[in-house]
Design a protein around this ligand. Structure first.
Ligand SMILES: NC(=O)c1ccc[n+]([C@@H]2O[C@H](COP(=O)([O-])OP(=O)(O)OC[C@H]3O[C@@H](n4cnc5c(N)ncnc54)[C@H](O)[C@@H]3O)[C@@H](O)[C@H]2O)c1
Ligand SMILES: [Zn+2]
Length: 383
C-alpha cells in the first residue's frame, strides 16, 4: 500500500476488508475502520437487498448510536424498524428472543426481511439467533459496537442464548452476510469494557502471531483510550487471525479449538465465582494458568506465562484468580465445559507465544494434579 493511501495513523483510507470463508457456504466481508458505518446502506443494497430491516440493539446502544444508524438507513430510502431489549448478559435469554420475534412480526418483517445487530456480543448473539430462526432463517448483518464483539463475537457465525443450565447452550450457526466494525462507535465504550475485548485480542496473538502480541503490549495505552485508528488496526488483525481459523473449521471439529486457549480454566473460574468474573478477566487468568500448566508439563517454553501476564496487566486485566477459591472447586467446573471430549476436559497448550502445540487434534488432556498444583500456587511464579 502506498503512503498516499494511508492516513497518518497508518490506517488505510478506506479501512480494512477481511473476507471470511464459510465452509460450504458463501464468504462474507468484514469491513473495519473509523467511519465504515456510513457504507451500510450501499453495502446492504449490494449484499442483502431485503425489503425491510429490523435494527436490533440494547437500550444503552440505542440511546448512544441508534438514531444515527436509523437516520442513515432511512436517508437511503430503506424501511427499518428498531427492536430493543434491556442491556446485559442477563437478557441474552429465550424470553428476550421470544419478545423480539413478536416485535419483528408486529413490524411486518417477512421472509424477504433481514436483521441488523447493532451492539456488543450479547446483541450479536441474540439478534443472530433471531435471524437464524425467524421464518426458518433470514439474513443477518453485524454492526459490532463493543471491542469484544469486534475482535471476537461478530465473526464466526455462532449465535445463541443462555439458559438456566448454562451459557450459550441453545443456539445455531448462522454466519452474517456482512460485518461492519466501525471503531468510532466503540469510542463511547467504558474503559473496563475495552480491557475485556483486549483479552481475546491478546489470545489471538498468543496462539497465532507473536508480532501482533508484542504490538498489543506496545499500544496498550492508546488502545485503552479507544483511539479509533489504533483500535481499527487491532480489530483488523484479530479478525484476520480468527477468520483464518474459522474459515477452515467453522464447527469446531479441529483447528477452531485453538480459540479456546485460556477458556477451559476461564470458563471454570467464571462458573466457580457464580459469573461474578467478567469473561475477559476470567480468560486472562485462564491463559496465564494454562501457560503455567504447559510449562510444568514441559510443553510450553519457560517464561511464557510471565510474558502473558505482563501484556494482560498492561491492558488492565487481572491475571491471578480471586483468593479463597478452592482448586478442587475450580477443577470440578472444568468437567462441565461444553468442550469436554469423552469425559475429560481438554486444554489448548502453547509451545511459546505465537504458536500452539498441536497435540491430539489441537488440544490435550492434562493430569488433574498439574491443574490443582498451578491453581494452588495462586499468583506465585508469574512475576
Ligand atoms: N458468538 C461468539 O462467537 C461469541 C464470542 C465471544 C463472546 N460472545 C458473547 O458476547 C457476549 C459478551 O459481549 P460484550 O462484552 O460485548 O457484551 P454486551 O453486548 O453486553 O456489551 C457490554 C456492555 O457494553 C455496552 N455497550 C456496547 N457497545 C457500547 C458502546 N459502543 N458504547 C457504550 N456502551 C456499549 C452494552 O450495552 C453492555 O452494557 C457474551 O454473551 C458472550 O457469550 C459470543
Ligand atoms: Zn472468549
Amino acid at each position: 500500500m502506498s503512503a498516499d493511501q494511508e492516513t497518518a495513523a497508518g490506517v488505510p483510507r478506506d479501512g480494512w476488508e477481511v473476507p471470511v470463508e464459510v465452509p460450504g457456504g458463501r464468504a462474507y466481508p468484514v469491513r473495519v475502520g473509523p467511519g465504515v458505518r456510513r457504507e451500510l446502506p450501499q453495502l446492504l443494497s449490494r449484499l442483502v437487498g431485503a425489503h425491510r430491516y429490523v435494527l436490533v440493539t440494547d437500550d444503552t446502544v440505542m440511546r448512544l448510536h441508534g438514531e444515527e444508524v436509523l437516520d442513515l438507513l432511512r436517508g437511503a430510502g430503506l424501511e427499518v424498524s428498531p427492536l430493543t431489549f434491556p442491556p446485559g448478559e442477563l437478557f441474552k435469554t429465550r424470553e428476550s428472543w421470544a419478545a423480539l420475534t413478536d416485535q419483528a412480526l408486529e413490524a411486518g418483517l417477512g421472509r424477504d426481511g433481514a436483521v441488523i445487530a447493532l451492539g456488543g456480543g450479547v446483541t450479536g448473539d441474540l439478534a443472530g439467533f433471531l435471524a437464524a430462526t425467524y421464518m426458518r432463517g433470514i439474513p443477518l448483518v453485524q454492526l459490532p459496537t463493543s471491542l469484544v464483539a469486534m475482535v471476537d463475537s461478530a465473526v464466526g457465525g455462532k449465535t445463541g442464548v443462555d439458559v438456566s443450565g448454562g451459557k450459550n447452550l441453545v443456539g445455531a450457526f448462522h454466519p452474517p452476510r456482512l460485518v461492519l466494525a466501525d471503531t468510532e462507535l466503540a469510542g463511547t465504550l467504558p474503559r473496563r469494557e475495552r480491557s475485556q475485548g483486549l483479552a481475546e485480542a491478546v489470545k489471538h496473538g498468543a496462539i497465532l502471531d507473536r508480532r501482533y502480541f508484542g504490538r498489543t503490549r506496545d499500544d496498550a495505552g492508546t488502545l485503552l483510550d479507544g483511539e479509533p485508528g489504533a483500535t481499527a488496526a487491532l480489530v483488523a488483525r484479530s479478525v484476520e487471525l480468527k477468520a483464518g481459523v474459522v474459515g477452515r473449521d467453522e464447527r469446531e471439529a479441529g483447528l477452531r479449538q485453538i480459540l479456546n486457549f485460556g477458556h477451559t480454566l476461564g470458563h471454570a473460574l467464571e462458573a466457580a465465582t457464580g459469573y461474578d468474573l467478567p469473561h475477559g478477566s476470567a480468560v486472562a487468568m485462564g491463559m496465564v494458568l494454562e501457560a503455567r500448566i504447559g510449562e510444568a508439563l514441559g510443553v510450553t517454553r519457560e517464561g511464557t506465562a510471565r510474558e502473558l501476564a505482563r501484556v494482560l496487566e498492561s491492558v488492565g486485566l487481572p491475571t491471578v484468580p480471586p483468593p479463597g477459591l478452592p482448586p478442587s472447586e475450580v477443577l470440578r467446573w472444568t468437567g462441565r465445559d461444553k468442550k469436554v471430549r469423552s469425559g475429560r476436559p481438554r486444554y489448548v497448550l502453547l509451545r511459546e507465544v505465537g504458536e500452539v502445540e498441536p497435540g491430539d487434534n489441537w488440544s490435550h488432556t492434562v493430569p488433574d494434579e498439574a491443574v490443582v498444583r498451578v491453581l494452588a500456587d495462586g499468583g506465585e511464579g508469574t512475576g
